[in-house]
Write a protein that binds this ligand. Structure first.
Ligand SMILES: Nc1ncnc2c1ncn2[C@@H]1O[C@H](COP(=O)(O)OP(=O)(O)O)[C@@H](O)[C@H]1O
Ligand SMILES: [Mg+2]
Length: 255
């Protein structure tokens, strides 16, 4: 949602470092409900998940949280971003979203940001993480993008630097939300889930196959992941448009 302002015709390329950013929101993924409809029912559902996770962390320790699912297209990236935004709404909480899908990264695209160096560069020792963190364009939420494309994502993610990085992020952030590739096609998500404090499994209600979600659960458990719960999306018939009893809009203000 932050895009660099177009340079004026007479501006030289070297001036661009000081560029002003302008907010553009049309291209932000429409399912990022925390951004597009923060007062809506769906945003409230995301907050409910957030609140449960906060309640599961009574000591308020910094936590790393993996968001994953069995296969692609089940809504991991959108769910991870919505959840990170919901955490970022909490007062005085520093939150970062990490795009650890080095195969098909999408966080930057969904936020309408340019792809820049990020996680892969940190894991390969090319740059310190502090230099690559940047604003996600939503409140105080920070982003560590997937970074420079690599041919060997599994190897890069299994680097011993991963644990160090997660520890380092917990020194700065209260919640570290990690978007991952799907569990069944590659080993990446299992490795990330094992390294994180908690894992959420995304299930797209009418599309995900029960067997695949179950197999993914087993893989994650075998890897030693701490499965905190299932994040169910696309639940139909349980929203205010389908059932007015669920509506609770603010009363119109009196003149
Ligand atoms: N609740 C939803 N309803 C319908 N489409 C959705 C929803 N959430 C995400 N999508 C769309 O589905 C596609 C896959 O979502 P994405 O979060 O990228 O999945 P994954 O990360 O699991 O591959 C995207 O095009 C996204 O815009
Ligand atoms: Mg994704």
């Amino acid at each position: 949602m932050f895009r660099r302002k177009k340079p004026a015709a007479d501006q030289q390329p070297e001036d661009l470092d000081q560029d002003v950013v302008v907010v553009v929101d049309q291209s932000v993924n429409p399912y990022l409900v925390m951004f597009h409809e923060p007062a809506g029912f769906r945003a409230e559902q995301v907050r409910a998940v957030r609140n449960r996770l906060v309640a599961m962390n009574p000591d308020g320790e910094p936590k790393t949280l993996v968001v994953t699912s069995a296969v692609r297209g089940e809504g991991k990236s959108v769910s991870a971003l919505n959840l990170a935004m919901a955490f970022a709404e909490l007062e005085r909480q520093r939150v970062v979203i990490v795009d650890a899908d080095l195969r098909r990264p999408s966080c930057e695209r969904y936020l309408n940001l340019n792809a820049e160096p990020g996680l892969s560069d940190v894991l390969m020792g090319r740059a310190p993480v502090d230099r690559l963190l940047r604003p996600a364009g939503y409140r105080q939420l920070m982003l560590l993008g997937a970074g420079t494309r690599v041919d060997n994502p599994a190897e890069v993610l299994s680097s011993s630097r991963l644990d160090q990085l997660l520890q380092r992020l917990k020194e700065t952030f209260q919640y570290v939300v990690i978007d991952t590739p799907p569990v069944l096609p590659s080993t990446d998500a299992g490795v990330l889930a094992a390294a994180a404090d908690g894992t959420l499994l995304v299930v797209r209600l009418e599309r995900s196959l029960k067997k695949q979600s179950r197999d993914a659960t087993r893989v994650l458990q075998d890897m030693g992941a701490n499965l905190m719960g299932t994040y169910v999306t696309e639940v139909r018939g349980q929203d205010p448009e389908s059932d007015r009893r669920l509506a609770y809009e603010a009363e119109p203000a009196e003149d």
